[in-house]
Structures are given as structure tokens and as C-alpha cells.
Design a protein around this ligand. Structure first.
Ligand code: ZN
Ligand code: ZN
Length: 178
């Protein structure tokens, strides 16, 4: 299966490159699209955040799974912020790096931590696109992240049950990567 990465606004190339490498190995193929602009109408000046759903609608649909990536801080529905959003059993999802960066919380710069967190949120949102709902296993990547502590607690992998669901749909997924 092919996963397409769509940078929305300028996005750190080291993080995009890391995701392409990992997602390519996990799902089979991964391509990076040309950057598109952050849509101005999605910006909410009162919140200094972008409406995630409005950006999601702008993502291309010609790839079976497209993951938007932005550095902008996102919100949706009644949530103060979100790490990401997806079309359940659809084609598109988006993640934000804003609150995955340790520096956002006043912690020291840690690029490795940022990359692993980005991989977890990417796997989570791609899981929704592939039809997975939230999982009660707190170590499973499909467990809902309310805070960054939840993200750090869970693994970047699907648990056996979630993986079995995906494989039952004929998807080849390789979690035995380094
Ligand atoms: Zn979710
Ligand atoms: Zn699970």
C-alpha cells in the first residue's frame, strides 16, 4: 500500500524524511508531495490556531492514503487542540507537529523524541483511515491521546488485535522494522 505525505506550510525536512523512511517500510511505499500553503481561511486569530477539518478538506484524494503534516497548531470540534484528525475509512488524515515538540512544553530540544511522537500520531491517523477505531489497550498506537503523556506511553505499533483487523482487510503491514 502507498502512503502519501502532504506537507501543509513549511515542515521540517528531517521529520518528513524520517516519516517517509518508516512509513515506507511499514506500509510498502511512501511518497512526499510538493508542499501546499496553509489555507488562510482555516486560521482562527482569536485562538492563534488552525481549524483542522478545513485543512483536511483541502488535501488531495488521488492517493489511497494521504497524510497531511503541518507545524501549525490545530483545533477541531470542542477540543482545545488536537494532535491529528482523520477521515474514518476515508482517504485523508492530518497531524500537527506543534505539540509533539518537547520545546513546546519548555523542555530541551530533542529531535529523536519529536520524530517518534510524529510516527505515533501518523500511525494512529493512518489507522483511522484504514478503518480502525480507538483501542482500549493503552500501549497500542490506536489508543486515544488526550495529552502528550498518553502519546509517550503508547508504542508506535498497532496491538495484535488492531493488526489482525488490518490484515483481515488484506493489508500487508510490517511492524518488524528498526
Ligand atoms: Zn484517534
Ligand atoms: Zn489496538
Amino acid at each position: 500500500m502507498k502512503v502519501c505525505l502532504q506537507p501543509v506550510g513549511s515542515v521540517r525536512s528531517d521529520v518528513i524524511g524520517y516519516l517517509r523512511d518508516k512509513l515506507g517500510k511499514i506500509f510498502g511505499e511512501c511518497e512526499i508531495f510538493e508542499e501546499i500553503e496553509l489555507p488562510k481561511y482555516a486560521y482562527n486569530p482569536k485562538r492563534n490556531q488552525y481549524n483542522s477539518s478545513l485543512i483536511l478538506m483541502r488535501l488531495p484524494t488521488h492517493c489511497s492514503v494521504t497524510l497531511g503534516i503541518t507545524e501549525a497548531d490545530l483545533y477541531a470540534y470542542t477540543f482545545n487542540f488536537i494532535f491529528g484528525e482523520a477521515e474514518l475509512k476515508g482517504k485523508r488524515a492530518i497531524i500537527s507537529l506543534a505539540r509533539l515538540d518537547p520545546e513546546f512544553y519548555g523542555h530541551e530540544k530533542n529531535d529523536e523524541l519529536l520524530k517518534v511522537r510524529a510516527l505515533k500520531e501518523a500511525m494512529h491517523e493512518i489507522g483511522h483511515v484504514l478503518g480502525l477505531v480507538h483501542c482500549g489497550n493503552r500501549r497500542c498506537v490506536m489508543c486515544f491521546s488526550n495529552t502528550i503523556f498518553d502519546t509517550d506511553y503508547k508504542d508506535w505499533k498497532y496491538c495484535e488485535r488492531c493488526l489482525e483487523f488490518l490484515r483481515s482487510k488484506g493489508l500487508e503491514i510490517n511492524l518488524e522494522i528498526k
